[in-house]
Design a protein. Sequence first.
Length: 678
Amino acid sequence: MIELDTNQSRRDHPQPTGPAKPMMPVEQRLTIGRILAALAVGLILMGMTSLAIRYTEMVTGRYVSHGVPPLPAFASLLLLSLLRPVLRKYAPRLAMTNVQMLMIYTMVAVSTVISSPYEIRAFLPHLVSMQYQGRTDPAMAEYARHLPTWLAPRDPAVIEAYYEGAPGKPFPWRFWIGPLFWWYTFLSALFIGAFSIVTLVKKRWIQEERLTFPLLAVPLAVTSDDWRSYGSAASRRTIFMLGFGVAAAYNGINILHTVYPPAPSISFFIPLQQYFVDRPWTPFGSAFIIFFLEAIGIGYFVPLEITFSIWFFYLLNRIFAVAGTAMGYDTPGFPFTQEQSAGGYIAMGLVLLWGLRTTLRKSLKRAFSRIPRGSEAADERWAWIGLIASALFVVGFLTAAGMAIWMTLGFFGILLIFVIVVARIRGETGVPLGFVYPYGMPREMLLNIVGIPQTIAWGGTGSFVLLSSLSWLSRHHFVQEHAAYQLDGARIAHDTRTPYRTLVLFVGIAFAVGLVAAFWIHLNAYYSIGSNMAGGGGGSGEFRAMVAGQEYQQMASRLAAPPLRSIPKLVANGGGFLVVLALSVARSYFLKLPLHPLGFVIATAYGESLNAWFAIFMAWLLKALILRFGGLPLYRRGIPFFLGLTIGHFLLAGVVWPILSLFIAPEASQSYPIYFAG
């Protein structure tokens, strides 16, 4: 019997989620008044975030919404935490409790990712790109006809204004209101489906397996009033400030160099290409050394076998690539790391579902029995109803659009497995990375397994076009990312004894309002300055718009000359599947095995460009040395340092520098671009 050995992920790291107590005192529980106050503050902060994205990211391309967790969520939490002592002194009734602040943090996180580069910004171009290309390409114009008029605008003037801007002219609501309504319902169904999955797995993962949620170390630390288990007050403060000082020095020196170029700087981005110019070592030239301080800081809370597995499997794949080059095997993409990760994801999802089989069976039985209202079983009943209803809606929606049912079931079946695995990665590893899944693989794996000629023959051109129009769901992470933050919220609700339905209220409002705001800020920007100029595109186009165009160009070439299956990629899928299955079984028998299947799928997810590998290596090395020479006592005393490092970097690089950069020349500020691992 295969079971994922989650206890071993905690053997070196009991309850590592920061210095907050697991349960909140009664006086901090949410009353109706506190719920309304938190919702009001959350909505205000969401609005401020949307405006910041509209007038920074959408104009200059300077990201303010990136990071894991999103920078606006962290900034909101920090702002509320700094205001609380003042309010406690002068206006105690206005001071936020820990529970309120954490619910607001969850709201801002959920709404921010909707407006981030990888959700609505990736989605909208897929509604108009074919029509825009069709102005000069008759074949593309013909393909665009397979998008129903109730899902995408067709008017040439509306499409042209989207890309080229129409300042001073009224927004063409008549052409957009219908498609936006239907896509709003579709995206809501996906969100509800993800939340339903989280509701069904949360008891098993949070209460029974007690996953540690390392990423929550930072928000829990910011809101915590009690760090007593990490040394005396004086030592905690000193150690925290040391970590904060490292982040301040690192960012301060580089910011000073940006403002005053003769000043020294610390290299934050070291390409290895210059050191590996000769064959067969050229595969190592694609690697970078980047000092992601937040990955080092949060990585301290991640189990050792996971951080070890990430950098180990990343370098092992580079060695495989070197071996292939040495043997003259120059097939582009070898050793097909993303395909390995995709196969591993399928295996990992099946392992997780096998481990959840009893939980799901019992919850299904309880959900449709006589149960008291407001009980956990009632939540499970609504989760099953939500999951089934959302699945039926998605199938019906795409069937009405003209997509073959088998294609819908295959694509979303793979996507469902990816959602479960990404949620598990968040709960068990907490690595602050955005692309922890093999982007683009749900669609590509389906096409390569079935075969593109067979897909076109069985589904027709219309289905193939519709599948391509959903490539944003495959390449980016709308459903996966929301499931991850929903699971974070479930853990926060559990630890703070907040009723789960209260969490659903906060998250549901955040999504409903955040989705409307995301539609507005993006379409307002595009019809004001044009998608071609948005995001610092300078006329060449906003990056996500270029990606959508490339997806449709690939679709057109495949329809014109359908390629055959790639056997090497199928072999890589199978290899990744077997590696994850073998590691899952091995961890059930060898308790000290230093390799973890989740580490493997993360290491291979982003192909040859896992830029955070060195930061994760540093986190592993520092934690391993601390545990080796000081054990758990020294590990606990070191927690404030790594919290200070993470909080300091988020504050200075993610909040202070973006604000400061608005007041200096763009070309100067761009000399110190901030890249977070997410």
